[in-house]
Ligand binder design. Structure first.
Ligand SMILES: [Zn+2]
Length: 396
């Protein structure tokens, strides 16, 4: 009789243990879901405006082959989506301000068309009000200071039309600041550049130093009275890429009170992936260089936008764990009050494994919890830190 009872008792014990483990796992899942819902979730960089202007897509619908649109943002519990008005570099000089106006008006019309779910946010107070009303807040940012055509009056025009932030350069130098992508021209900011910074402080615009050279970054910190942001960058200690931020810069950013939005872009997350991309582009480039120049700049912008996704290797993609490694490193060096998210997911290019699009943001909250972050720290990284900067800089 004992021989029959023992395995039976053992089986019952195992079943009770398994059910307790499952219950604990499910309550942990519920707690993480609730934390994600409670957190203000903020993505500091996306080029959605291009899809609106050059593909004629309605962001209110689930877009084909893309990562970000209103349904995906809602599904992922994203509260704030900063939309970058990226200005193709070949438009400068001469057509950059005009392209900015086209993107700005197209994006404002798209937001208006979907006013039951999204709203343009000019200030940090706007953001809090919009999110409280259950909508997604969309601040607009200019990507590339060449947009202002070296004219502070144009900066004021864009601010008055609703732009609340500006990335000081893209991958070209312009009349007042150096990019990280070229050999130094001004060695940082020149006099006009310092004037632009002071005017952005006066207007209450958020200064974005992603894409700028190291010298420009340190000049900006010396000139700006306000905290600054990297809207979409990674950590150079993990991937020695010019677009990523060194530990010295992370420490200086923390001292300034600013925030780095960790980018999801695969070439910035992983050195090996970036190397594979360089090899692929070296094969493609000679063919593209044979094409005759396209005189119509709007047509050229549209074609270059539609070419995205060609030179992106599909193997050995970085994963959400690589993204979390960059977050961990930035937190280690700059502190948890200075780190956020700035995805920069393009429509047709791969995203990290584990993040198919904006609808997968809960996976990041989950990953941070698994790595031992407290609820308060998760909330800071998911969006609280960016709100702090926006509220301080843009308050009227
Ligand atoms: Zn960028």
């Amino acid at each position: 009789m004992k021989k029959v009872l023992f395995p039976l008792v053992l089986m019952i014990c195992l079943l009770i243990l398994a059910s307790a483990i499952m219950q604990a796992a499910s309550s942990l899942k519920n707690e993480t879901e609730k934390l994600h819902q409670d957190a203000l979730v903020w993505d500091c960089h996306n080029d959605l405006a291009y899809r609106v202007l050059y593909e004629g897509l309605d962001i209110g619908h689930r877009l084909p082959a893309g990562h970000v649109d209103i349904p995906r943002l809602q599904e992922g519990g994203v509260d704030v989506q900063v939309v970058a008005l990226f200005i193709q570099n070949f438009n400068y000089p001469g057509h950059a301000a005009e392209q900015t106006r086209l993107l700005l008006e197209a994006m404002k019309a798209a937001i208006k068309k979907n006013s039951d779910t999204v709203e343009l946010a000019r200030t940090g107070d706007d953001i809090e009000r919009i999110v409280k009303s259950g909508k997604i807040a969309m601040p607009l940012a200019i990507e590339g200071g060449h947009a202002i055509e070296d004219d502070i009056a144009i900066l004021r025009e864009f601010h008055s039309k609703g732009v609340s932030s500006m990335t000081l350069t893209h991958n070209i130098h312009h009349g007042w600041a150096d990019t990280a992508a070229k050999k130094p021209r001004w060695h940082g900011l020149n006099d006009l550049g310092r004037e632009v910074i002071r005017e952005m402080n006066r207007l209450g615009m958020v200064i974005d130093v992603s894409h700028v050279s190291d010298e420009t970054f340190f000049d900006v910190l010396e000139t700006s009275e306000d905290a600054v942001i990297f809207s979409h960058s990674g950590c150079r200690a993990l991937n020695e890429h010019r677009r990523n931020v060194s530990d010295d810069m992370l420490r200086a950013l923390a001292k300034n009170g600013g925030v780095i939005g960790i980018v999801f872009e695969l070439n910035f997350l992983s050195h090996e992936y970036a190397q594979a991309t360089r090899e692929l582009r070296a094969i493609h480039r000679p063919w593209f260089e044979k094409l005759p120049p396209i005189e119509d700049l709007e047509l050229r912008s549209a074609i270059e936008h539609l070419q995205q996704g060609i030179a992106w290797p599909l193997e050995n993609k970085p994963t959400i764990e690589d993204l979390l490694d960059h977050i961990d490193h930035a937190v280690k060096i700059a502190g948890v009050d200075h780190v956020g998210l700035g995805a920069d997911m393009y429509p047709r290019t791969p995203s990290p494994v584990g993040i198919r699009g904006a609808h997968d943001y809960p996976n990041i909250t989950n990953g941070l919890k698994e790595r031992g972050y407290s609820d308060d720290d998760v909330k800071k990284i998911m969006g609280g830190n960016f709100l702090r900067v926006w509220k301080t800089v843009t308050s009227e």
